[in-house]
Design a protein around this ligand. Structure first.
Ligand code: HEC
Length: 477
């Protein structure tokens, strides 16, 4: 076991994401079980029963101009002619997208439909999708809407960045100074990928001015905006904070009410973008909208903890060859990632978790699981959590005090989907303290790979991660 690495106190920065190994098919893989049926003893109609459910739960994303506006669920004709699809997608809980199971802590902005609503849509479809009368429609009181983040500053390059030629993956860092004269709180952000097909992930770091010398030296040194960076910012800084992450499915984010990350005028934002170039190369001007509040308001300061677990994924049973050897995978990663990789070497990650590779002797490629237990070093107020695996991921869990009477599931994602990675915020803050143990568990299926090999930690196309961040109230004065 080990202590939680404190993001602000170490220079170790962790990265997220990899490339699309599989095209995002229309069909969800690993479909969850259909919801247990609730009986509906009347014939629901579109206007009387179904439209209010869609207004409340779906159109926040499915209105023209929103993220899934091409499927316009405010269009009564479209909806009524797709009753089968709607009933199916809601019954398997593919829509609305919401990954945590009901075993998780209650979350804010929970988008999942109630079993009753699912049953109403199913009964409506089975009855032949009757319309009812337009006058029966009653506007629901509550709506799920995407968070609206004010753009008090926009982090964006003046000219597009053309990713490097001749590589599949380009990791590039760009520096921006906060446009403020006095300290502020960052209370939300919205990451807007420009060339969506090639922006694979983004991280917003906050560093202090001790990084200035490195940044000045690196920035533009190869004649192009920014600098190349892998597993972090590529600069030294006495303070470094992970304030924003974006991966597919991360929606505009407002931090919990009454909290924010403290930003000083001399601080510097570093935006790290992972470009995947398998589908071509285009100049990119991704933007990040930053929302600020006055620095003298009595908001609570946020901090981020990072949890990194072992990744040991053998080839599926029956697949053999050199690429299935762990040594081969380590050799490959060492050649690709060099020294930067040192803190994520497989033996290092195992060692940090008090394990050795023999603990994973029974791991098989089609169902590879790793875990790490973290001793909580001090009393902490945890407000939310983000889990991260790549395309081979099957499930993810964070559990407090596992195997005890006080065991508490914090975040349970039973059917991992690379395309829906949210930063979940708990309804009630979770208090943890010295003596508590937090366990992170990750599970993968290597048969999902079209070219299976032994997989270890890495950011790239063929790598995986078992990674989480915890959003906490900063325990330091
Ligand atoms: C948080 C945003 C969001 C919400 C809320 C949401 N959707 Fe979607 N929906 C999407 C996105 C993004 C896609 C396209 C990508 C995908 O299929 O995952 C999509 C796709 C769909 C599709 C097409 C699926 C396919 O396989 O072609 C249907 C139908 C749909 N949604 C119905 C619904 C219904 C019904 C609801 C409410 C009960 C809902 N959605 C709520 C974001 C959302």
């Amino acid at each position: 076991m080990r202590f939680i690495r404190y993001a602000l106190l170490t220079a170790l920065i962790l990265l997220t994401s990899s490339l699309l190994i599989f095209a995002h098919g229309d069909e969800p893989h690993d479909e969850p079980e259909p919801a247990a049926s609730v009986t509906v003893d009347f014939v629901p109609t579109y206007y009387g029963d179904v439209k209010p459910i869609l207004s409340e739960n779906c159109i926040g994303c499915h209105t023209p101009g929103q993220i899934a506006g091409d499927i316009d669920l405010t269009d009564d004709f479209v909806v009524q002619s797709s009753a089968d699809d709607l009933a199916y997608l809601t019954s398997i809980r593919y829509m609305p997208p919401w990954m945590p199971s009901q075993d998780s802590l209650p979350m804010q902005h929970d988008r999942s439909l109630s079993e009753y609503d699912i049953a109403v849509i199913a009964a409506w479809m089975e009855a032949g999708a009757p319309s009812g009368e337009a006058g029966d429609y009653v506007e629901p009181e509550a709506h799920y809407n995407l968070a609206e983040v004010r753009a008090d500053q926009i982090l964006q390059l003046d000219e597009g960045y053309m990713p490097e030629e001749g590589v599949d993956d380009d990791y590039r860092c760009f520096a921006f100074t906060p446009d403020v004269d006095v300290p502020v709180f960052l209370t939300g952000y919205d990451f807007l990928p420009d060339v969506a097909a090639q922006v694979h992930h983004g991280i917003v770091y906050l560093v202090d001015d001790s990084a200035l010398a490195d940044i000045t030296r690196n920035d533009g040194a190869d004649g192009r905006p920014g600098w190349s960076c892998y597993t972090g910012t590529g600069v030294n800084s006495s303070r470094e904070e992970f304030v924003g992450t974006w991966a597919p499915g991360t929606l505009p984010t407002l931090f919990p009410a009454g909290t924010g990350y403290k930003v000083l005028p001399d601080d510097i934002f570093i935006v790290q973008i992972h470009y995947n170039l398998l589908q071509g190369r285009q100049a990119d001007r991704t933007a990040v909208h930053m929302q600020y509040e006055a620095g003298d308001s009595d908001l609570l300061k946020l901090a981020t903890f990072e949890l990194q677990g072992p990744v040991e994924i053998p080839c599926p049973t029956g697949v053999e060859g050199e690429q299935c050897e762990r040594e081969w995978a380590i050799q490959r990663a060492t050649e690709l990632y060099g020294e930067n990789w040192i803190n994520f070497r497989p033996d290092h990650l195992l060692n940090e978790c008090g394990q050795t590779i023999t603990d994973y002797a029974d791991n098989v490629g089609e169902d590879a699981t790793t875990h790490c237990d973290y001793d909580i070093p001090l009393p902490l107020t945890v407000l939310g959590a983000f889990g991260h695996l790549h395309e081979l991921g099957k499930s993810f869990q964070l559990e407090l005090n596992p195997d005890t009477d006080d065991a508490l599931m914090v975040l349970d994602i039973p059917a991992w989907d690379f395309h829906w990675q949210d930063r979940y915020q708990f309804q009630e803050p979770l208090q943890v303290t010295f003596g508590d143990v937090l366990r992170m568990t990750c599970n993968w299926d290597n048969t999902l790979s079209d070219d299976p090999r032994y997989v270890v930690w890495g950011e790239g196309t063929r790598d995986e991660m078992c990674f989480a961040t915890l959003m906490v109230i900063d325990p330091r004065p």
